[in-house]
Unconditional design. Structure first.
Length: 112
């Protein structure tokens, strides 16, 4: 062997509670898998895989009940609702700024 031999790190194992906590953080907070992975000190691809596996298991356990949405559909709908809420907040802030600009008094005492 050469002087620069590589050492192989042992594979880290995570218990089910740790994985579930990571997935819950992604789903509940709306943070990306990468953000949660950084917080927990693991790779983002691992958290994304755990999330995908969790949603697949939840979809299977939900069955084929046509009235209710599958958990993966609920997560997608929640993400869409969060995006829409953020868009509406931005629009509201813009309208507030425009209202302030148009309601300023001109130097001669009248409205602009």
């Amino acid at each position: 062997m050469s002087a620069t031999t590589m050492t192989i790190k042992p594979r880290r194992r995570y218990d089910a509670a740790f994985k579930q906590d990571a997935v819950n953080r992604v789903i509940r907070t709306g943070k990306s898998c990468a953000e949660v992975a950084r917080e927990l000190g693991v790779r983002s691809t691992i958290v994304a895989r755990w999330r995908q596996e969790h949603l697949a298991r939840a979809d299977q356990s939900a069955g084929s009940d046509s009235e209710s949405m599958k958990p993966s559909e609920l997560v997608a709908a929640l993400a869409a609702a969060r995006r829409e809420a953020e868009e509406l907040r931005e629009q509201r802030d813009i309208l507030k700024k425009a209202l302030r600009i148009f309601s300023l008094q001109s130097p001669n005492g009248g409205q602009r």
